[in-house]
Design a binder for this molecule. Structure first.
Ligand SMILES: *Cc1c(COP(=O)(O)O)cnc(C)c1O
Ligand SMILES: *[C@@H]1O[C@H](CO)[C@@H](O)[C@H](O)[C@H]1NC(C)=O
Length: 308
C-alpha cells in the first residue's frame, strides 16, 4: 500500500485528477476516494475496458494519471494496456498498472506502453505469505520523483523482510509455472462442476477479457474466483469444509489461501452496498499454492459435496 500511496501522492498534484477501474483492491480505492479529495484530487471510476468512458474522462478534465490493476481483484478483469496507454498518452496522462496478480513473468505492462508498473511484493514476488513489501518500476524520471517522496515518508522494508523477498524471488519462475498450470486446470474443472455457478479466470474462454488477456499475458496465474451455487451460506459451508487452503485474505504464496470477499473484505458494507459495487455474496477467491493439483482438486471436490 505504501507503493500505491507514495506513487499517487508524489505524482498527482493538488487538484489533479485520476481515472481508475471499478473492480480493485479495496484499500487503493479507499485511499483515492476518501483521502485524496482532501487535496482536491478527483477520481473517475470507469468499467475495465470502457474506452469510451476513458475518452470522456480524458476530455472532461486534465487527467494526471490512469491507474488500474490487471488482472483486477477479485474478478480478474484485464485491461487492454496498449489501447489505454494510447488514449492516455494522447492527453498527457501517466499510466500505472498494478500487475500484482500477473507477476512480472505473466505480464509485462511496461512493454505494452505503461509508464509505471506496481506490485504488492507481499504476494507472488515474496511468495511465502510471510513478508509485506511493495515495488514500483518504470520510467526513470517518474520513479525518481516517487523515490524522493518515499524517503520523506519513510515507508521502508526492513532488512529481514528484504532478505526474505530476495530469497523468494529466486524461485519466482518455478512457482509461477506451477501456479499457471494448476490455475487453468482447477478453473476448467470448477467450470464443469454442477455446484458452481460461474468461474472467473482470464485463461477461460468464458471470461469477459479472455482475448485481451491472451494478447498480453503468457500465463494466467494462480488466483481463481468462482461463485458457489446458492447464497452466502452455501459459499460459507464450502469454505468451512476445505482442508488444504488456509482461510485468509492474501494471495500468491506457496500455501493455498481461500476467502470470501463478502465476508472478509466487504462485510462492513452490508448486502446492498456489496451488490452496488458488484461483490457477489457467493463469491470465493481462491489463491492456489504449489501443492499437487490433484490434492487441491480432491479437497475442493469434497468440500463442494458438503454444499447443500
Ligand atoms: C495485496 C494487494 C495490494 C496491497 O499490498 P500490501 O502488500 O498488502 O500492502 C495492492 N494491490 C493488489 C492488487 C493487491 O493484491
Ligand atoms: C506459466 O509460467 C511460466 C513461468 O515459469 C511461463 O513461462 C509460461 O509461459 C506460463 N504460461 C503457461 C500457460 O503455462
Amino acid at each position: 500500500m505504501n507503493s500505491v500511496t507514495s506513487m499517487l501522492l508524489s505524482l498527482v498534484p493538488a487538484s489533479g485528477h485520476i481515472v481508475t477501474t471499478s473492480d480493485c483492491y479495496w484499500r487503493t480505492r479507499q485511499f483515492m476516494q476518501q483521502f485524496l479529495p482532501k487535496m482536491n484530487i478527483g477520481v473517475t471510476v470507469i468499467k475495465p475496458n470502457d474506452l469510451e468512458a476513458l475518452e470522456a474522462a480524458l476530455n472532461a478534465q486534465k487527467v494526471t494519471l490512469f491507474f488500474s490493476e490487471s488482472p483486477t481483484n477479485p474478478y480478474l478483469r484485464c485491461v487492454d494496456i496498449a489501447a489505454i496507454t494510447k488514449a492516455c498518452h494522447a492527453k498527457g496522462a501517466i499510466v500505472c498498472i498494478d500487475s500484482t496478480f500477473a507477476t512480472p513473468i505473466n505480464s509485462r505492462a511496461l512493454s505494452f506502453g505503461a509508464d509505471l508498473v506496481l506490485h504488492s511484493a507481499t504476494k507472488y514476488l515474496a511468495g511465502h505469505n510471510d513478508v509485506l513489501a511493495g515495488a514500483l518500476a518504470g520510467k526513470k524520471e517518474l520513479v525518481e520523483q516517487v523515490r524522493t517522496f518515499h524517503h520523506i515518508m519513510g515507508g521502508v522494508v526492513d532488512p529481514h523482510a528484504a532478505y526474505l523477498l530476495m530469497r523468494g524471488i529466486k524461485t519466482l519462475d518455478l512457482r509461477v509455472e506451477r501456479h499457471n498450470a494448476s490455475g487453468i486446470e482447477i478453473a476448467k474443472r470448477l467450470e464443469k462442476h454442477p455446484k458452481i455457478d460461474r468461474v472467473w479466470y482470464p485463461g477461460l474462454e468464458s471470461h469477459p477479457d479472455h482475448s485481451i488477456a491472451k494478447g498480453q499475458m503468457s500465463g494466467y496465474g494462480g488466483v481463481v474466483s468462482f461463485e458457489v451455487k446458492g447464497d452466502l451460506w452455501a459459499a460459507a459451508k464450502f469454505i468451512d469444509s476445505v482442508k488444504i487452503p488456509y482461510i485468509a485474505p492474501s494471495l500468491g504464496g506457496v500455501e493455498s489461501l481461500i476467502e470470501m470477499p463478502a465476508v472478509q473484505s466487504y462485510w462492513a458494507f452490508g448486502p446492498e452496498k456489496r451488490a452496488q459495487i458488484g461483490i457477489k455474496e457467493n463469491l470465493i477467491r481462491f489463491s492456489i499454492g504449489v501443492e499437487h493439483v490433484e490434492d487441491v482438486w480432491a479437497d475442493l471436490a469434497q468440500a463442494l459435496e458438503q454444499v447443500p
